[in-house]
Design a protein around this ligand. Sequence first.
Ligand code: FAD
Length: 554
Amino acid sequence: MNATHEVTNQSTPFTDVNLFRANRPLRDALRVYAPGLDTARLDELGAEAGSTEMQAHARRANAHPPVLHTHDRHGRRIDEVEFHPSYHALLASALRHGLHGTPWSRGPGAHVERAAAFMLFTEAEPSVLCPVSMSYAVTPALRANPALHKAWGGKLAGTAYDERLVPFEQKTAVTMGMGMTEKQGGSDVRANTTHAEPDGRDDWGPRYEVTGHKWFFSAPMCDAFLVLAQTASGPSCLFMPRFLPDGRLNAIAVQRLKHKLGNHANASSEVEFHGATAWLVGEEGRGIPQILAMGALTRLDCALGTAGLMRHALSLALHHTTQRHAFGRPLIAQPLMQNVLADLALESEAATALALRLAVAVDRTDHAPDEHEAVMRRLLTPVAKFWICKRGSHFAQEAMECLGGNGYVEAGGEGVMARIYREMPVNSIWEGAGNIMAIDLLRALRGTDVLPALERELAPARGAHAAYDRAATVVLQTVDQGVHEAQARTLARDLALVLQAAQLHRLAPPLVFETFCASRLAATPDVFGLLPAGTDLEALVERALPIDTRQEKA
Ligand SMILES: Cc1cc2nc3c(=O)[nH]c(=O)nc-3n(C[C@H](O)[C@H](O)[C@H](O)COP(=O)(O)OP(=O)(O)OC[C@H]3O[C@@H](n4cnc5c(N)ncnc54)[C@H](O)[C@@H]3O)c2cc1C
């Protein structure tokens, strides 16, 4: 009754699109990286992740963040976190699609399929992927205690999500988290003060009583955690379940939930251990490398998750600019907007390619020894986590700008772009912030087998572009000579760019590879939208358009 006008020139919601079919760069990459893969499961997930229903769950789970109940009304400690039903619906979907522990019991290709699925699910809602990622990553570390692995491993791959806070024997599937970061140090975990005293041994091996705190302890409703604590031999990795074998709650007191910039649907807590019971995983005193077997895989997921968020932001930008008109034509037809969109598309495809390449290395080294892939896995982990996550926030800001003012507005959670923007920085900070990744790269480069492996990885694209040849030569020389720690970020960036170019040469049409080289290797990546004159912007944009192939056929 009060309207003075009709609403025109506003874009429609980006919904009910099969996100797998709509993602041509991802499908092309899988054809090369996993040629025999049956993509039926990804197709099913793509439809579900892009559905109106899942988007409604994502909005509700973020609009109604988790609530901590430390005590029941009679004063007994319960330490229970209550989530909105939509959070459980999202987590149930992620487990149903096997994004957690399932690849460890499947054959070759399972980690690559899971990596693609992880990226697709990120486009539905990233924050539930925190416990999912930790549950994926824990298996290799847990194998160091065969009794625990035997008891828990099967349920870590269980696909029927069970939200109840009950002992693990009663559950159809379990999730696991990790506790490293303390108030006085997150990167420098050697400074941990939480300590563990021997408390006998049982079927699960040496048992300890743990006293101390963790300053960041995400997804505290997980069924168990790997935690780092000081024993007489130094930092040790311990398995700490929520319930003790006799059915009592373990002494894990959840103090408070963090009020975070983003990642609202997920609970991140602060906890105190008041003589909590835990079992040794691996060797006493060797806890840091032991828990980092888990950390290395969550770092993979930081890269995959950011690539997924980039793709989502890009799709929203492309969808909006196709529908929105300004100065007489759709925004997507404006030359300078085409330059921005094409540049974002390149970045998104390069992030997807590099993150997937790392997943390939994980896959190939999981099933059989493979020297080259083992070196690439070690090297690509810090490189991909550093560079892709660093580019994430910058990317989201530019994609947001494509939507103009609407991009900045959340409107009760309907404005997905603002949520993506708030989510981006977490992947860069947690599991080792940027400097820590760059320094870890220097550690990874110490091996004598690194240079030949890198040469081999970069060889196939030699001769395809002058800027590539120059960049590959310079980066190999730098790796050979070594750099001062203060230059570690420069080297991490340069390696990431040349490795991204090498992957694009394998996976994408020549236009993508050549434009990437011209804009990232011949020039320094800066603000988006600086692609050189003469670039076929329309073709780059066309490749990225999130058009569901069913719609194409119709
Ligand atoms: C949402 C969220 C969830 C999290 N969940 C968990 C969880 O479940 N479990 C868990 O254990 N942790 C968790 N974390 C913690 C996270 O892993 C740490 O915040 C991170 O590792 C950084 O540690 P810090 O916060 O203590 O920062 P610091 O270690 O104090 O680092 C601060 C800055 O200094 C830099 N820096 C540190 N050392 C050096 C150096 N030698 N040279 C140069 N620069 C350096 C770092 O790169 C960083 O930029 C979570 C964090 C967030 C934000």
